[in-house]
Ligand binder design. Structure first.
Ligand SMILES: CC(C)(COP(=O)(O)OP(=O)(O)OC[C@H]1O[C@@H](n2cnc3c(N)ncnc32)[C@H](O)[C@@H]1OP(=O)(O)O)[C@@H](O)C(=O)NCCC(=O)NCCS
Length: 350
């Protein structure tokens, strides 16, 4: 890396403290979320699947999930959540410097869902792109926003976690159909003013492709054999080795949570609230046990949303802030693991 100077100096946009330049921080300035109107309960599923409300609640903690209307597409969900975040902040879409959409269910494989969102919001010709890191996608997006803001490349970034998973679920497969739901959560990440105690304190993201086959959509990509292209409809749906993913989620989220608080020079005792990705209540119970923190300090929405993948953390953030489970000034630890496997953690003062 010879010849490269630290970004903060070359950008020259850091804060001046007694002659020293410090990197600006980013903060989560506002949140918004959107869940489609239609609610599908466990009993609704039991009407056409060999399952029951008791099994689903007992094994996953899920009571219901929202499912998008036939005429809704992913960028519609993203736009609804984004408008709420922009309204909460009292700023216009034209003021955005960048749009990052975390999704594995874009409106179409190309172009990015983020450009459709940009157009629907009426944002300027700012960079708009998707991040594909499944359930960890929102934290990957938040990390990208934080890095751009710290480096001086952006002041206000819209990060959206959005999924329309009902379109990629095999509704005849009870091992996956009961788990997922549709929804969107959006946050505005802004450059913090000097002296503001709020802000993102540390981010850590990882991927481990050795577990790629544990949770995948096998068909539709460049690896699909020519003879099968477009033929095998079920291969175009989510396939999962549930117990492998379960074990990876407990291990990955435990480790990355500890890693990110240590990176900030803190311990889990310094964290006020935990806002993890919500796939299964048993995963979260195992996480609370390993971290030795009470589950009561977790902000949970799983019961009414199911697993909304990249949307689950921003939905929980928005819900928590609006119903009082979260307060400005609190330190929150967000952590997630999803297909890839990709996983990450972000520590922030709200
Ligand atoms: C999917 C998951 C809920 C299954 O729970 P589990 O306790 O591992 O259950 P198993 O897969 O061992 O299945 C136990 C039995 O329940 C059955 N079963 C599976 N789904 C069922 C359902 N919806 N209703 C009723 N029975 C079901 C299985 O067929 C199996 O029956 P068998 O013993 O006769 O073979 C769990 O593995 C899980 O949550 N994994 C992580 C998934 C995840 O988080 N994915 C997203 C990551 S971001």
């Amino acid at each position: 890396m010879r010849g490269l100077r630290p970004l903060q100096r070359s950008q020259g946009r850091g804060r001046q403290d007694a002659g020293l330049t410090t990197t600006p921080r980013s903060l989560i300035a506002a949140t918004g979320s959107y869940l489609p109107e239609r609610v599908v309960t466990n009993d609704d599923l039991a009407a056409f699947l060999d399952t029951s409300d008791a099994w689903i609640r007992d094994r996953t903690g899920i009571g219901a999930r929202h499912v998008a209307a036939d005429d809704e597409v992913t960028s519609d969900l993203a736009a609804a959540a984004s408008r709420r975040a922009l309204e909460a902040a009292g700023v216009s879409a034209a003021s955005l410097d960048m749009i990052v959409t975390a999704t594995v269910t874009p409106d179409s494989p190309m172009p990015a869902c983020a450009v459709r969102l940009q157009h629907k919001l009426g944002a300027g010709k700012v960079p708009a792109f998707d991040v594909s890191a499944a359930c960890a996608g929102f934290l990957f997006g938040l990390t990208i926003a934080d890095q751009f803001i710290r480096a001086g490349g952006a002041r206000r970034v819209l990060v959206v976690g959005v999924e329309l998973l009902s379109r990629i679920i095999d509704w005849s497969d009870r091992t996956t159909a009961v788990l997922f739901g549709d929804g969107a959560g959006a946050v505005l990440v802004e450059r913090a003013e000097p002296g503001d105690p709020r802000g993102i304190e540390a981010c850590r993201i990882h991927s481990d492709g050795s577990l790629a086959a544990a949770l995948e959509i096998p068909a539709g990509g460049s690896a699909e054999p020519a003879t099968e292209r477009g033929l095998a409809a079920r291969r175009n749906k989510v396939h999962m080795l549930g117990q492998d993913v379960f074990r990876a989620a407990v291990r990955g989220m435990t480790d990355v949570g500890q890693e990110v608080v240590a990176a900030a020079g803190l311990t889990l005792n310094d964290v006020d609230r935990f806002v993890p990705h919500q796939a299964n209540l048993r995963i979260l119970q195992a996480l609370a046990e390993r971290w030795a923190v009470p589950l009561e300090r977790f902000v949970l929405v799983l019961d009414e949303t199911g697993n909304t993948s990249s949307a689950s953390i921003p939905i929980a953030l928005d819900r928590g802030l609006s119903d009082g489970r979260l307060c400005r000034g609190q330190r929150v630890l967000m952590s997630a693991l999803g297909a890839g496997v990709s996983y990450g953690g972000v520590l922030a003062r709200l």
